[in-house]
Design a protein around this ligand. Sequence first.
Ligand code: ADP
Ligand code: MG
Length: 228
Amino acid sequence: LRTELVNVERLSLVGQMAASITHEIRNPMAVVRGFLQLMKEKSPDSLDHYYRIVMEELDRANGIINDFLSLAQNRIAEKEQWHLHQIINDLSPLLWADANLRGQTIELLLDEQVPKLHLNAKEIKQVLLNLARNGMEAMDEKGKLTIQTRFRETDNTVELIVKDTGVGMSKSRQERLFEPFFTTKAKGTGLGLALCLSIVERHGGKIAVESEEGKGTTFIISLPAAES
Ligand code: ADP
Ligand code: MG
């Protein structure tokens, strides 16, 4: 199953998003407030535990604000000629560390024919990182994440493919994936894929998803190659 998503109008629902973000930020803030209150009342040996929760929730609120701002600004970031493989190499240590912690493996399949692209490296790194993290979060310890590149000469596009052997998704879930704040995770923000889509569209590209429940999910980003 393949769902193509073109999605500018969803992202312009700024009003709805503002309402959601207020809610999303209030949650961690309320947790932090409650635990600070408890810290004051309770005995010192519970402090370590409370401290950890407070820090986690503050980081979470911070992450939501950062992602939301990148999404809401929706500005044209400066682009330069970059090799996609350079971006993958730069992120590799981080991705491998993540995968190691989970006991998962990563396979790289890089197409030597891939030409340089006109892109904003920071943004495309964020896309790859979000897709890779989602993939890892969808798998157990035996999972394998595949990161692949492919040059499609016929339409002069470059594909960045992130594939996992995780839980997969139902059709109805696939339809909601890119909605800001849609998450099925207890500690998710639901902003990762909304941000990915916004970045890819600003690069003139597309995102496609293929997924099967119990088998895994593949995200295919296709980006226009620079004029030769
Ligand atoms: P978050 O990761 O914070 O939940 P995302 O926007 O990154 O937010 O993803 C939204 C939702 O899409 C996830 O909560 C999950 O339900 C689903 N999802 C995303 N990537 C995958 C994947 N690789 N496999 C299964 N489900 C996924
Ligand atoms: Mg995510």
